[in-house]
Design a protein around this ligand. Structure first.
Ligand SMILES: [Zn+2]
Length: 264
C-alpha cells in the first residue's frame, strides 16, 4: 500500500463521492482508505481494461497505471467503453488515462505507451518505489498472458487475470506469495502446445457484453482483494458462459512440476 492506513484519511469530497459504498454492509471507511492507498498496474486498455478500470476508478482506487502499446481503431468502439469516435488513431493508454482522470479527479492515473516484457518490467512497474498491490491482466492473447504470469511470479505480485472471447470469459486471482498456483499451473504451455494461441478477439469476435461483464467481474474481485484483503477466487477459476447465462467455479491446485512457480 502506498500510504499507511494510520496517516491516510478521506477528504470531504471523497466521503461525499463514495458515500453509497461506505454505507455497504461489509465495506467501511477502512476498506475505502485501503482502496485509496492501493496501486494497481493494468496491462491492456482495451475491451476488458476499459470497463475494469472505469469501475475501479469510480469506486475510489487510489493509483492506477495503464500500459498498452496499441492505437484505437473503429472496430474497438463496439466494446472499449472509454473511447469516442474522435479518439480513433490515438494511443489507448493515453486516451484511457485522460478519460479516467475526467471521471475521477481525486485519484492518480498514468498511461504508458509500451509493451510489457520481462526486460522492462522492473522499470514499468516502478519496482524501485515498491511493489504494486495488484497486476490486472486485461490483454487478449496467450503469449502476453504467459509473460505477465512470469513477471507476477518473479516479483511475487498478485495477478488478477481475465479473458473474454465470443460469449465466454474466464477469471482467476493468483497469489504467487502463497504458492497456490499460477496461470501456467492452470493452462500449461498453451502457447507452444496448440494452435489455439492465435484465437483472439481480432479473429474470433466478441460480443460487447462479454468484455463488459468480464471487466466488471475483474473489478469486483479487485475491490474485494484491495479493500477487504480477501481473495474471492482462491484456487478457483471462474468461467462465464454468456450464451447460457451460466457462471461456474472450477478448482485448481499448484502444479508441483510447474516450471514457473514451483521453485518459489
Ligand atoms: Zn505455476
Amino acid at each position: 500500500m502506498a500510504d499507511s492506513l494510520e496517516t491516510a484519511q478521506l477528504s470531504d469530497d471523497e466521503l461525499l463521492r463514495y458515500a453509497r459504498q461506505v454505507l455497504l454492509d461489509g465495506w467501511d471507511i477502512d476498506a475505502q482508505i485501503r482502496l485509496k492507498s492501493s496501486r494497481v498496474v493494468m496491462i491492456g486498455a482495451g475491451g476488458l481494461g476499459c470497463p475494469a478500470s472505469e469501475t475501479l476508478v469510480r469506486a475510489g482506487l487510489g493509483h492506477i497505471h495503464l500500459i498498452d502499446d496499441d492505437e484505437i481503431e473503429a472496430s474497438n468502439l463496439q466494446r472499449q467503453t472509454l473511447f469516442l469516435p474522435e479518439d480513433i488513431g490515438k494511443p489507448k493508454a493515453i486516451a484511457a488515462a485522460q478519460m479516467l482522470e475526467k471521471i475521477n479527479p481525486l485519484i492518480t492515473v498514468r498511461g504508458t505507451v509500451a509493451r510489457l516484457n520481462e526486460d522492462n518490467a522492473y522499470e514499468l512497474l516502478d519496482m524501485a518505489t515498491g511493489k504494486p498491490d495488484l497486476l490486472l491482466d486485461c490483454t487478449d492473447n496467450f503469449a502476453t498472458r504467459d509473460v505477465i504470469n512470469r513477471i507476477s511470479v518473479r516479483y511475487q505480485i498478485p495477478l488478477l487475470s481475465a479473458s473474454a472471447i465470443a460469449m465466454q470469459g474466464q477469471l482467476a486471482l493468483y497469489e504467487p506469495q502463497l504458492n497456490t498456483g499460477c496461470y501456467h499451473c492452470v493452462f500449461g504451455s498453451v502457447v507452444s502446445d496448440t494452435e489455439s494461441d492465435e484465437r483472439t478477439c481480432a479473429n474470433s469476435g466478441v460480443l460487447a457484453s462479454t468484455t463488459a461483464i468480464m471487466g466488471n467481474l475483474q473489478a469486483n474481485a479487485a475491490l474485494q482483494y484491495l479493500g477487504l484483503t480477501k481473495n474471492p477466487l482462491t484456487n478457483k477459476l471462474l468461467i462465464w458462459d454468456g450464451s447460457q447465462m451460466q457462471q461456474r467455479l472450477m478448482g485448481y491446485r499448484q502444479d508441483a512440476e510447474c516450471p514457473i512457480c514451483s521453485n518459489h
